[in-house]
Write a protein that binds this ligand. Sequence first.
Ligand SMILES: *Cc1c(COP(=O)(O)O)cnc(C)c1O
Length: 362
Amino acid sequence: MIKFLDLEKINNRFRRQIDKKINTILDKGWYLLGEENESFTENFAEFCGTKYCVGVANGLDALNLIIKAYGFGSGDEIIVPANTYIASILAVSQNGCTPVLVEPDIKTYNINPDLIEEKITEKTKAIMVVHLYGQAVQMEKIWRLAEKYNLKIIEDSAQAHGAMYKGRRCGNLGDASGFSFYPGKNLGCLGDGGAVTTNDEVLANKIKALRNYGSNIKYHNIYKGVNSRLDEIQAAVLDIKLKELDKDNEKRREISKYYRENIKNPAIILPEIYDEKAHVWHIFAIRTKERDRLQKYLKDNGIETLIHYPIPPHKQVCYKELNNLSLPITEEIHQTILSLPISPVLEYEEVERVVEVINRYE
Ligand SMILES: *Cc1c(COP(=O)(O)O)cnc(C)c1O
């Protein structure tokens, strides 16, 4: 069986370093907001090219805390892509803000910058961009809109660690960015983890307090905060794995290139890119009319695939108020999309086998 993602194999490459680090942490007896968190967040800020990075408990909290720190709430609107993982939209509605959904570009699956301006009202406070599947959103138009209407740009970079737009990394393309280090992400830890990157010192300090009960000095609470910290073991694991991230992303790019050059089947629509460096291939998503039939065929031939995602956010039971929206491009994507195996530990023979099996599909 060719696994969709072999996490054991991915993390085994770091086993000795991780073992050693965990022992050091056990010896020190300091588990939260210590040296490991300091070291990793400093290194990750440098990696992204931002001045600040704040470790938090997960990607959803990262986005949630950005919106909270800006003080956006009830009556405020935030523009979000309709085609995304539900966490992007949950972060908006958990703060009491209204998510305003915008259709994607069918070629990139990312928010269509041409459809944003018509959705801006006096209530709009921010545009959230999601670099979906690992491909940076084309930001130029969005930067102009944010300036014209005085809006914040919040990035959801949970799938785009290391991706670039015009020489800058995701996480440094807006006012603040949320990252997730969920195990399956391009940079993943051994549980939950997340971070906010920003160049805004005031925002960074506010989020540092908010994630720790609203307190910068122990037992002095200036905000009604939450408990959302990145623990020392996760920070240490991320610091170890960060050193290999660019190499790992390069491996994903090679696999993607092989797929794009060698999958030749008229039933399959391959992903399109506008710049090699823009994409870190968190997910390699193809589209086909009879998606479920292709998925079963691949499974019968020993190839595991997943669907990202089967139900769009506006069709979820929890978003009754969005259920009647008409978003045909989003729906078309959700009905036809299928994710092929891609990871830094996929073997060359496995990639060849995937191509060969798909090319035989009729
Ligand atoms: C994974 C993910 C999140 C949420 O991250 P968690 O760490 O699981 O909370 C948010 N947005 C997108 C696009 C994601 O893929």
